[in-house]
Ligand binder design. Structure first.
Ligand code: GTP
Ligand code: MG
Length: 276
């Protein structure tokens, strides 16, 4: 009865984030773990272009769509379960290439023919580079702000299929490099990003006001992340106003004392599994 069906991957996760944050390292780790599970060799990349790869989730990570079955069906042991496949798309983080990542994300979410819709954006952050004084924080928050604002714009699109596609995207901020002792924990990464995004949002709001001589129109409302309210920006506000979920989870792609391989990316894989 057990079929070794080759389920085609149905979900895509897009890796975004500044240069050097660990996107390619993460994909390489997923690939080598996946190929260990299926005995194929991993490939290597350079990040000049976006690359898509199909990887599998470790069987021990629960997935949303068969959580019920896996708990209740004793015939499906962990090793017998089909490895669940998903697509990961790596992108270059260099500042000059970001607008093209954004327009590609917009194109995918606007396409009617897309076979593997985007279930999530994994936004990588080098948690050791976001101290207050660092230019890194500003740069990183600006990129994240622009990604979230694009998603918001698409959620509020009056084309139904676009709005639906964008509404099903959630965002994981992967606070990477937790192995470094200078790395900030996920909680302070979250606070700093929210605070910095609030500053970006304020100056944007002011710019729009100036441009329209004080009379903010309805359209402008959607031009401000989390919409044009009084409240300070937080990821919770974005979820309440727009519906887009943002979670910040710490981890490490490279860990020096690698006790259990992959243990440091478990939180991210669980987030992925919850969306498969
Ligand atoms: P671009 O392709 O330029 O956008 O960068 P990227 O996000 O793909 O970064 P990449 O994966 O190339 O990683 C940059 C550097 O960070 C590499 O030297 C990695 O080995 C290192 N790195 C990635 N993850 C970790 C981590 O968890 N801890 C530590 N210490 N180093 C890491
Ligand atoms: Mg890269």
């Amino acid at each position: 009865l057990y079929r070794k069906a080759v389920n085609p991957p149905s979900s895509t996760f897009l890796l975004l984030g500044p240069s050097g944050s660990g996107k390619t390292a993460f994909l390489t780790l997923l690939e080598s773990a996946s190929s260990r599970r299926s005995n194929t060799a991993p490939r290597t990349h350079t990040s000049q272009n976006a690359t898509s790869t199909t990887v599998t989730l470790p069987p021990s990570v629960p997935i949303a769509s068969n959580q019920y079955r896996s708990v209740n069906d004793p015939s499906l042991s962990e090793t017998k379960r089909n490895p669940v496949k998903y697509i990961v798309k790596d992108t270059p983080g260099h500042g000059k290439l970001r607008s093209s990542q954004l327009s590609q994300l917009e194109a995918i979410l606007s396409s009617k023919k897309e076979k593997s819709p985007i279930s999530g954006v994994i936004f990588f952050v080098d948690a050791a580079s976001l101290s207050d004084a660092a230019e890194g924080l500003r740069d990183c928050a600006t990129y994240l702000h622009d990604v979230l604002l694009l998603l918001q714009k698409l959620v509020f699109s009056n084309q139904k299929h676009v709005s639906q596609a964008a509404s099903s995207v959630s965002v994981l901020v992967a606070a990477n490099k937790q192995d470094l002792f200078t790395a900030l924990p996920a909680g302070s990464i979250k606070e700093r990003l929210e605070h910095e995004i609030e500053r970006i949002r304020k100056s944007r709001q002011k710019g729009l006001m100036d441009a329209s001589a004080g009379a903010a129109s309805n359209e402008d409302e959607y031009e401000v992340l989390g919409t044009n309210g009084e409240e300070d920006f937080s990821f919770q506000l974005l979820e309440d106003e727009v519906g887009t979920q943002v979670s910040v989870v710490g981890g490490a792609v490279v860990s020096e004392e690698d006790t259990e391989a992959g243990a440091a990316i478990r939180g991210w894989e669980e987030w992925i599994g919850a969306r498969l």
